[in-house]
Design a protein. Structure first.
Length: 276
């Protein structure tokens, strides 16, 4: 078993990007498996792997590292299939990239003579090219059995990432919920802000173009000052009349958007109290 040989199960954005980056760092891609043969072939060609298949067990026999990069709902079944196949090399690492699941979803790795781990990149990857360019400096959570963690950490360094150690008191779904809030819900809030402007007649593209400098400056301020320090606006100033006027306008022009505004305003009061 070559010491840097790896296989990828799942030909999506994250799996393909990580495979390409590892290949650039001297790791040897063995094969790619995916539900669709055309996807497996495309990903294999991109990272320089010879084997591709729709059957995961067909591409893992010579691999030191086997990465499950499927949707979360498929991880357990893929892992069970691989463990039952007997084709995983003894001492190999079986790992997944999910942020929502512990490494234990992989099943009884130890009984099969292999190591288990999970590596989750704390980032958003809209496409493979963007993922390849952005992976450097990304934080990864790494957890697993002792041997799995020992094998996984050098992979993060090879990718140019940094390791975030989660305390045992922080379950993966809670960690992943925070990640979703920071990324997915930010997108939702931007869409929500645009909807408010559209309710008064402003066009979508114009609204996004006008809001984006404010969004970017706010994120810069949060990074520099922290959330409480970056908070500005009427709630931070205690300007009750302005907030009331905003709500009145929402109730008139977009009443379906008002409940979320009220909920966000209520939580923003808590942030303002932290600011003092």
């Amino acid at each position: 078993m070559p010491t840097k040989a790896f296989s990828i199960i799942g030909a999506g954005t994250v799996g393909t990007a990580i495979g390409c980056l590892l290949a650039r760092q001297g790791y040897q891609p063995v094969g790619v498996a995916s539900r669709r043969l055309v996807s497996a072939r495309r990903a294999a060609q991109r990272m320089g792997a010879q084997a591709y298949s729709t059957i995961p067990a067909d591409v893992v026999q010579r691999s030191r590292y086997v990465f499950i990069a499927t949707p979360d709902r498929a991880i357990s079944q893929v892992a069970q299939t691989l463990l039952a196949s007997g084709r995983l090399a003894r001492g190999a690492l079986l790992a997944h990239f999910s942020g929502a699941h512990s490494w234990r979803i992989l099943g009884p790795c130890r009984q099969a003579g292999i190591h288990g781990a999970s590596l989750h990149p704390l980032y958003t990857f809209p496409d493979v090219d963007a993922a390849i360019e952005s992976m450097k400096s990304v934080w990864f959570t790494v957890e697993g059995d002792p041997g799995g963690v020992r094998l996984a950490r050098p992979l993060v360094r090879a990718l140019g990432g940094k390791i975030l150690n989660l305390p045992e008191t922080l379950p993966k779904p809670l960690y992943h919920g925070a990640a979703s809030s920071a990324s997915n819900f930010l997108v939702t809030l931007i869409s929500y802000s645009i909807r408010i402007l559209e309710s008064g007649g402003l066009g979508h593209k114009e609204a996004l173009r006008a809001l984006f400098p404010l969004i970017r400056a706010t994120l810069d301020n949060v990074e520099r000052l922290g959330p409480a320090g970056a908070l500005t606006g009427p709630i931070a100033r205690g300007d009750v009349e302005t907030v009331a006027a905003q709500l009145q306008a929402l109730d008139q022009h977009a009443p379906e958007l008002a409940p979320l505004f009220r909920a966000l305003a209520s939580y923003t009061v808590r942030v303002a109290q932290e600011k003092g």
